[in-house]
Write a protein that binds this ligand. Structure first.
Ligand code: TXA
Ligand code: MG
Length: 324
């Protein structure tokens, strides 16, 4: 069973030996290994039971480090880095030859991020290689926001989890790509609002929702609990799914027709960031066997609310057409 602790030296020495471990970031916990070593990358895919055509994010600690991993570093990326790194932003950039094809699943671009967590930044500085880290959940399941979430599922198969407490953002990083034809494209909504990015890059182009998924976070079914989840108007959903085994997950409101022990509120004060922080932990709690159905409402579709709604839709039992 994985040991949970705060021993950076132990974490570093396991990673130097090619092992994979759980690490905290400000978004979600990652399953980390040496990003430049095929053996470690393969171990990540194996532990996560993730298809190998799915590329991994390379995590490092400074823009100077990044120079080695990319063949082009556009000026706007310097500006983005200055304002938003360390932080919940991942950028796809043309990769250099030292980045293994296995990491990028054959893509010409590598996904790069400087995560904002003091323990993990200290860990990265101790190492002479960057870390590959997908979210530390089995492929397709809810992302972990505490060390215990990681242990619950991956504990038996990894040696160590670095405990950095509950994550402060709670949903994954926003992913943008630098496009050969110029400009940037939004690939995944996440912890950084698009409008913050657009101040630097200008309008981000978006991928039509009908497009072939280019990253697993874009797969229609992802972040899915075992219980069936439906998103929409609570009143309406309740009229179909009312049962003692149905849980209600609402953004802000409570409902008089639902018993207290069946309803869960993401943020009573209607704070979208608090809702993001609670989302995955609540979904896990509701998925512990007491309920077979979860009904949820959309959060306001602004700022990182778009990222929350995106996660809820992908977690749905049967994908419905995009509401936006
Ligand atoms: O917040 C986060 O981004 C967390 C923490 C641990 O950093 N990581 C994370 O990783 O969410 P993961 O693997 O669960 O999701 C990363 C997404 C995947 O959907 C993957 O397909 C996409 O990024 N991705 C990674 N490298 C890519 C590449 N070279 N080209 C296109 N998409 C890429
Ligand atoms: Mg993931």
């Amino acid at each position: 069973m994985a040991e949970i602790g705060r021993d950076l030296e132990k974490a570093a020495s396991l990673l130097r030996r090619g092992e994979v471990i759980g690490i905290p970031t400000e978004t979600v916990y990652g399953l980390a290994g040496n990003a430049l070593l095929d053996e470690s990358i393969l171990k990540i895919f194996e532990v996560k039971q993730r298809p190998q055509f799915n590329p991994l994010i390379l995590h490092t600690w400074s823009v100077e480090q990044i120079q080695a991993f990319v063949s082009i570093l556009p000026k706007q990326v310097h500006d983005l880095a200055q304002q938003h790194w360390p932080g919940p932003l991942t950028i796809l950039l043309p990769k250099s030859s030292i980045v293994p094809d296995l990491l990028t699943a054959g893509n010409e671009r590598v996904a790069i991020r400087i995560p904002n967590h003091p323990l993990t930044l200290s860990l990265l500085k101790k190492l002479d290689f960057p870390l590959a880290a997908p979210s530390a959940n089995p492929f397709g399941y809810i992302s972990p926001t505490t060390a215990d979430h990681v242990a619950d599922q991956l504990g038996p198969i990894i040696p160590y989890i670095l405990d950095g407490g509950s994550t402060t953002v709670g949903i994954e990083s926003t992913i943008i790509g630098w496009e050969a034809e110029g400009g940037f494209k939004l690939y995944r909504h996440g912890g950084l609002e698009p409008k913050e990015i657009e101040r630097i890059t200008g309008p981000l182009s978006r991928i039509p929702s009908s497009a072939k998924p280019q990253s697993s976070g874009m797969l229609k079914s992802h972040y899915a609990p075992t219980a069936a989840l439906f998103v929409g108007e609570i009143e309406e959903l309740w009229s179909t799914y009312a049962s003692p085994r149905t849980a209600v997950l609402s953004f802000q409101k409570s409902y008089s027709f639902v018993s207290d022990k069946q309803q869960f509120i993401l943020s009573e004060k209607g704070d979208i960031r608090e809702a993001a922080r609670n989302l995955f932990a609540y979904l896990r709690r509701l998925d512990n066997g007491d309920f077979d159905t979860i009904i949820a409402d959309y959060v306001p579709d602004e700022g990182i609310g778009q990222a929350i709604n995106d996660r809820l839709e992908r977690a749905q039992h049967e994908h419905k057409p995009d509401h936006s």
